[in-house]
Design a protein around this ligand. Structure first.
Ligand code: UT7
Length: 319
């Protein structure tokens, strides 16, 4: 026995930016963005921060679970866009909530939420925890190069959270990595060390080879869905819902076709939110739960892919 997801929560910045808004200062159009990505709008932080969205999502999940922060045994956060290099987002969230458990961050880019679930699985297996909070929060707009139409139209901000409790809904989980920074990366600050050989200061923006990442995404996520369904003892076509990282509507469609899943079983929020890296999956899951469309006894798979490369997938019999 490992864990069940006993509650979900999410938070989005209040400002909504449309494709037409972007076309005011980028050489792009609503037609190009919708056709190539499925994105119509995205939420963009103004006064919100990675931490403030994380705390709001966490509080929503704790409310649904009817738990207080002191009930938590562990907090795991995932982000590539934290407000600080140190302390970790998890420590900031722990302090803001008033919890008193250990807290750690994971950076596995867009697969971060799946990596966090896999780490939590280990804590449950070792009997170290009863209740775990996982929060994925991203301000992708912080590292977006707003001069580059190839990437600026893709990203948005948001946070999603889940509370895990001892249970047996999780039936299978896998994570993977294929280390190769070139297709998708954002440099860190260079620093002002007098001994640093290269004195140029890199711009800390996302760079992406879209077509390479697209191919990796479709092949990896479809194979991962087949694997976790099989390990859970079902065929992928028997899944009731699939909640995938939201990078491109065409990736969701292609992955569904490739693994034999009916496309209408794919949760889609990208039209409204854009790509929010590790926050996409828990936000989409929260939407699914709160809409009342996810029923006890149904099969749901989660799957992520992204920079690293990293990937991860899990299969649940919802309870
Ligand atoms: O979350 C991490 C994982 N990320 C992903 O999975 C992203 C995967 N990649 C993708 O989703 C797609 O590759 C993109 C949406 C990024 C790009 O779509 P694409 O169909 O691969 O387009 P492209 O890069 O091949 O560009 C096609 C054309 C180019 O013009 P030419 O060379 O054909 O004249 C681009 O310059 O579209 C042009 N273009 C644009 N035009 C209008 C690129 N961006 C834009 C834009 N507006 N925003």
């Amino acid at each position: 026995m490992s864990f069940s997801i006993i509650a979900t929560g999410s938070a989005l910045p209040k400002k909504v930016v449309t494709n037409d808004d972007l076309a005011q200062f980028l050489d792009t159009s609503d037609e190009w963005i919708v056709t190539r990505t499925g994105i119509k709008t995205r939420h963009v932080a103004t006064d919100e921060t990675t931490s403030s969205l994380a705390v709001e999502a966490a509080k929503n999940a704790l409310d649904m679970a009817h738990l207080s922060p002191s009930d938590l045994d562990l907090i795991i956060c995932t982000t590539v866009t934290h407000d600080y290099i140190t302390p970790s987002l998890a420590c900031v969230v722990q302090g803001e909530l008033g919890a008193n458990c250990p807290a750690l961050d994971i950076n596995a880019a867009c697969s971060g939420f799946l990596y966090a679930l896999d780490v939590a699985d280990g804590y449950f297996a070792r009997g170290r925890v009863e209740k775990v909070l996982v929060v994925s929060s991203e301000l992708l707009t912080r590292i977006t190069d707003w001069r580059d139409r190839a990437t600026a139209v893709l990203f948005g901000d948001g946070a999603g959270a889940v509370v895990l409790g001892r249970g047996d809904a999780l039936r299978s989980i896998k994570i993977g990595a294929k280390g190769n920074p070139d297709p998708l990366y954002s440099p860190n600050v260079g620093g002002i060390s007098p001994w640093r050989a290269d004195k140029t200061e890199p711009e800390c923006f996302l760079h992406m080879n879209g077509q390479e990442v697209f191919k990796f995404a479709v092949s990896t996520v479809s194979a991962d869905l087949i694997d976790v369904a099989q390990e859970a003892g079902i065929d992928v076509s028997s899944l009731d819902h699939a909640v995938l990282h939201q990078a491109n509507l065409r990736i969701l469609d292609a992955a569904a076709r490739k693994c034999g899943l009916a496309p209408e079983k794919m949760e889609v929020i990208i039209d409204e939110t854009g790509n929010m890296s590790s926050a996409c999956i828990p936000i989409a899951l929260d939407r699914l739960v709160r809409s009342g469309r996810l029923h006890s006894g149904e099969w749901v798979a989660l799957a992520g892919f992204g920079g690293g490369y990293t990937s991860g997938a899990a299969c649940f019999k919802w309870d």
